[in-house]
Each structure stands twice: as structure tokens, then as C-alpha cells.
Design a protein around this ligand. Structure first.
Ligand SMILES: C[S@@+](CC[C@H](N)C(=O)[O-])C[C@H]1O[C@@H](n2cnc3c(N)ncnc32)[C@H](O)[C@@H]1O
Length: 264
């Protein structure tokens, strides 16, 4: 027999949120109901979760969801776990099109769990939103996260599934980590194809910058998330076909996003 308090005393990693997840209780209820004795099924599930977490599985893959902006998203090992830094892209997009009644055609490239497309579609009921990814597993998760039921999901590599359409705003948080970056050792549970982009981490960003002008409407915008040390190189890559280039820092004051308007 084990109570909530026994588990809280155990010192296991993330024990409080794991208890909340298994018992469907709030953290306040864990304290006020700390004498509750777990049923054999609850104990078995929790012990399994504790083992996974001890082995290094990220909490979001165990709980199966992650909060982002104003919504909660399902995640699984097919999808990158949404990062708080990516909320910057949402703020920039909302500032760019403040008139909620004004239609905007948005494309989210490499949608993963769908966080960018779903958040912006939910905030802007007038927007037409397309989202693509080449991972069928990620797209299945993104579709299940579409609370708006309005997003068109397409499978394929970058612009390949888009055909002749044009967009007022193209957003992407593409893979941008260098393939030999030591930091990857901490990310072994997330799909490598969502993380790395060649030796300098810029392979996918280069494809997107080169092809985006063909898919942007007059004065359309491209908004990219990128690595903290890539901003200067990306500004140079944008110079030929883009103007009004603006750079942004994340919550940790690191260079993280870039917005540019296509030249006419
Ligand atoms: C860094 S993750 C971002 C996921 C999500 N947008 C987010 O911000 O959490 C990059 C995404 O790009 C997708 N991806 C990688 N290569 C791709 C390609 N060639 N074409 C389309 N999507 C690709 C991955 O499957 C992954 O979902």
C-alpha cells in the first residue's frame, strides 16, 4: 500500500506532475488528499511512468501532452515537444495582422504537432490556414490537435505539396541544429529529422528561403525560427529576394526569429 505522500517523499523525478497525470488530480489536490492510497492499477501505471522518466523519457511524451500559448497539444515521439521559444512566432504573427476581420492566408511549414497552425487558426477565425510536414506520424498528431477543424494538412517535403497557391504569411520552425552538435545528446527521444539540418544547421532554412518567394503573395511575409548563432547568416541569405528584414530575440535574450517581406 502506498499513499500520495509516500510517492511525494520518494524524490523521483517529476513525481508531482506524474502523480497528477496518473490520478487526474491537481497539484493542490495532491497536498489536500496526500493520504490517498493508490489502487493497484494506479500504482502499476505510476511505477511504469517513474521508470520511463528515470530512463530519460521527457515528461511530455509520458503524459502525452504539452501546453503551448493558450492551448494544450497532444504530442508523441513522432513530434518535437513544443518549446516556449516558439511562442515568439505567434506573437510576431498576431502583431503583423492585428485586424482580426482581415483575411490572411497562412502556411505553416514543418507543422509537427500543429502548434503554430492551430494556435493562429484558433486566434483568427477568418484566416485560411494550411500546414505541411513530411512526417505522416506528425501530421496525424497535428490533425488530432486541430480544435478549429479548418486547417488543411498536406504531406510532403517543404513546398512540394503546395502546388500553385500563394500566402500572405509563411511561418516555419524548421530543423536548424548542426548535425554534430553535442546538445543532441540531450534530445535522443525526439525525432532527429525534426532537429538537424546538415553540417551548419541551415540546409532546410536555405530551401525555404530560396523557394518561399514563389509562394508569397504581393508584400507577403516569411517568418522563421532559427538557432541563436544563425541570425547574421540568415539575414545574408534573405538579402537577394527579401526586404524589411526584422530580427527578434527570445525570452532568454537569444537571437531566435526573423521576419522578412518579399521584394516585388
Ligand atoms: C523543429 S520541428 C518543428 C515542429 C513544430 N512546428 C514546432 O514548432 O513544434 C521541424 C518539423 O519539420 C518537419 N520536417 C523536417 N524536414 C522536413 C521536410 N523536408 N519537409 C517538411 N517538413 C519537414 C519535421 O518532421 C518536424 O515536424
Amino acid at each position: 500500500m502506498k499513499t500520495i505522500q509516500d510517492y511525494l517523499n520518494s524524490g523521483a523525478i517529476d513525481i508531482a506532475p506524474l502523480l497528477c497525470s496518473v490520478l487526474n488530480k491537481t497539484s493542490v489536490e495532491l497536498i489536500t488528499q496526500n493520504g490517498y492510497v493508490l489502487t493497484p492499477n494506479e500504482k502499476q501505471t505510476l511505477d511504469g511512468f517513474i521508470k520511463q522518466r528515470t530512463d530519460g523519457v521527457p515528461f511530455s511524451y509520458i503524459s502525452g501532452h504539452q501546453g503551448f500559448y493558450h492551448l494544450d497539444f497532444k504530442v508523441d515521439p513522432n513530434t518535437l515537444i513544443p518549446r516556449p521559444e516558439t511562442e515568439l512566432l505567434i506573437d510576431i504573427a498576431l502583431d503583423l495582422f492585428p485586424d482580426k476581420g482581415r483575411p490572411c492566408r497562412l502556411l505553416d511549414l514543418g507543422t509537427g504537432s500543429g502548434i503554430i497552425a492551430v494556435t493562429l487558426a484558433d486566434k483568427n477565425p477568418h484566416w485560411v490556414v494550411l500546414a505541411s510536414d513530411y512526417s505522416a506520424g506528425a501530421l496525424a498528431v497535428a490533425k488530432s490537435n486541430d480544435v478549429t477543424n479548418r486547417i488543411v494538412f498536406l504531406q510532403g517535403s517543404w513546398f512540394e505539396p503546395i502546388n500553385d497557391q500563394c500566402f500572405d504569411l509563411i511561418i516555419s520552425n524548421p530543423p536548424y541544429i548542426e548535425e554534430n552538435d553535442a546538445y543532441l545528446q540531450d534530445l535522443t527521444y525526439e525525432p532527429i529529422s525534426a532537429l538537424t539540418a546538415g553540417k551548419d544547421g541551415l540546409n532546410d532554412i536555405k530551401i525555404i528561403i530560396n523557394q518561399a518567394p514563389n509562394y508569397l503573395s504581393k508584400n507577403g511575409f516569411l517568418l522563421l525560427e532559427h538557432g541563436f548563432d544563425q541570425q547574421d547568416r540568415i539575414v545574408k541569405l534573405l538579402a537577394e529576394n527579401f526586404t524589411n528584414i526584422q530580427t527578434f530575440k527570445d525570452y532568454n535574450a537569444k537571437d531566435r526569429a526573423i521576419l522578412a517581406q518579399v521584394k516585388q
